[in-house]
Design a protein around this ligand. Sequence first.
Ligand SMILES: [Zn+2]
Length: 479
Amino acid sequence: MTKWEAVIGLEVHVELKTNTKIFCNCSTEFGGDPNTHVCPVCLGLPGTLPVLNKKVVEYAVKAGLALNCEIASYSKFDRKNYYYPDLPKNYQVSQFDLPIAKGGYLDIEVGGETKRIGIHHMHMEEDAGKLVHQGTIMASPYTLVDYNRGGMPLVEIVSEPDMRSAEEARAYVEKLRSVIQYTGVSDCKMQEGSLRCDANVSVRPVGTTKLGTKTEIKNMNSFKALQRAVEYEIERQIEVLEDGGKIVQETRTWDEAKGITISMRSKEEAQDYRYFPDPDLVPVVIDEQWVKELRDGLPELPDSRKARYVEQYSLPAYDASVLTAIKEMSDFFEEVLDYFPQPKVVSNWIMGDLSGLLNANQQELTDSPITAKQFAELLKLIDQGTISGKIAKTVLEEMVATGKEPATIVKEKGLVQISDEGELTKIIEEIIANNPKSVEDYRNGKTAAIGFLVGQTMKATKGKANPGLVNKLLKEKLQ
Ligand SMILES: [Zn+2]
């Protein structure tokens, strides 16, 4: 039986976080009333002239540098012609044969192995407007057009077809998002469409080099959807080929509810865009000195931060990867260390309980009221033996919910750990008296039985007993 290999390439659109659009002064703010962020230029009215926003070029160069690309000293804008109601000019201003950046790469990690994914090029372009339907596109009696998004600055990052699994595709987009977020040129929110991704997928027999016929999948709006869509499409293509069928080159859409990809249009119907240079826009000439300045101004990027964490803080590579994936998380970690310099302890609490709580509340670190200083205070309370690790989880929950100081919460709720030997001895004597079976088991050599007695003691003290002390006292009493 033939063994198949998937070949995946990704096209990722990233919206740049400039204040104004790419060719006019309209606001780029998300969520305005329909058609309130528009002007004659971005509506493409006759007689208007676009003027390139320098900030867009600056951000594109930064993104290109962060993706290890070569920045073109000379690039130009082209018109990509197509007729569709989301585009009143009937062409999209984009870059065709001379993009701003070329030949980069991203290193991804899958299954503990690092793999380098090539980036073919990155170009700048304007976004189109958005069509709004009542209910589904098929059932809607009309189509409304919102041009607020028209003219928003985008970069499109086109990878080489270097990915071999859905997992690698997901790792690539996650890494891409992380790197771009570090540069500060985009917030890369998939839900708000500031990061959008299309996947080109084909399969071929393992050992061959010729590319199979590919399909393009659109409409994946989360990392999970991307992975599922690519997985599904690989399976589908293998099945078609094993049944003796042929793959048709086409665009497919991901149906999240059904968990399948559906054909949208075949290649035959696809447009020939008839690109030609935009006569209204002068070529983009970039000074080497400016590129150097922008390169020098880039922040420390996730890979180098990760390496530093392993080196400087002796953290496991896994911890370092998780902590540096999101810049805010990584910054928070370093700030906590300023107050509580025990890297592994801080890392455990951030990756474990704090991340768990934020995920459960569907919160980002930046949405929560907790400060690095407060978080460090909490860890100090555990370190000093004032509260147990178990109680600390309760305190942390309250901190994330209210933003109160940990010491205040401990005081208000009477959560101070019981470390008084006399007080604990009394409780332990009672536990021993009430659980003769476990005591007997322990004395007969079933040492694990002590776990039950520790648990009972913790329960009796509502988790406030100092666990180390409980263990010690119990062992003494059971001798
Ligand atoms: Zn405008």
